[in-house]
Design a protein around this ligand. Sequence first.
Ligand code: SIN
Length: 175
Amino acid sequence: MAWVFGYGSLIWRPSFAYASARSARVRGWRRRFWQGSPDHRGTPHAPGRVVTLVEDESAQCWGVAFDIDGQDSQEIFDALDLRESGGYVRLTVPIEFADASSAVALTYYAPPENDNFLGPAPISKIAKQVRESSGDSGDNVEYVLRLADALGRAGIRDDDVEALAHAVQHFVDNP
Ligand code: SIN
């Protein structure tokens, strides 16, 4: 089987055909809003904030693995290379499903040395940046709220995403 692991927008908008989707985790990585988006959720001058995987030995990141067996994987990867072109690169990772079975998956992550990497910031600053950013794929606010919603639907708990979604929702409710 061939798997694509998504932990951000791929969860709610994979944009490719797949045979099945299952919750899965990668160990040693944490989901962080540390990547700048100069295209999808921001502009080069006012980048939005999107998620990447950041190495952290003590962490794990739950996401959704898509089984693309039987699909044209080259076509899928070519389309994803274009979509994730703002600093993301392909990474092959071991993934583990809820029943403890495992597989190898392809994922996209934005390494710290890429030009659009923003790194850590206080949650209030990240929330403000999210509120003010918008790009070709829509508002940055929508990205955060959809991610929180998609994780909730998949039964995945991520305190960082929930806290940011809460802070962003506060801005939306109190313009
Ligand atoms: C992903 O969804 O797995 C990659 C990050 C993103 O496009 O949001």
